[in-house]
Design a protein around this ligand. Structure first.
Ligand SMILES: [Zn+2]
Length: 99
């Protein structure tokens, strides 16, 4: 399939999502100049062997947990803001009742 056919097919059937590096780092793949899918993560475990591969796999796990903790942190910030708003509302209600 040449680039034009490829682009035309993509136009007719847009892909849901770009594929991810399933056996490696889990990052989203990118197309190279030939249109083939390629993992551009230079620390992808698929690009290493032996102890270097183990280190790359440990890095993937670390990045995953780091992402999870960031999401939890963002969620906690939202909850804190919501609680602050509730406290302000309660303060207002108390003030109104003490008038
Ligand atoms: Zn990868």
């Amino acid at each position: 399939m040449n680039n034009f056919e490829h682009a035309h097919n993509q136009y007719l059937e847009p892909p849901d999502d770009d594929p991810v590096c399933e056996d490696g780092c889990g990052d989203t793949l990118e197309r190279d100049l030939n249109g083939d899918w390629l993992c551009s993560n230079k620390f992808c475990p698929l690009k290493f062997s032996g102890v270097e591969k183990e280190m790359a796999e440990a890095l993937v796990e670390f990045m995953d947990s780091s992402h999870t903790y960031k999401q939890r942190y963002e969620y906690a910030k939202l909850q804190i803001n919501s609680l602050k708003e509730q406290i302000e509302e309660l303060k207002w209600i108390i003030q109104e009742n003490n008038k």
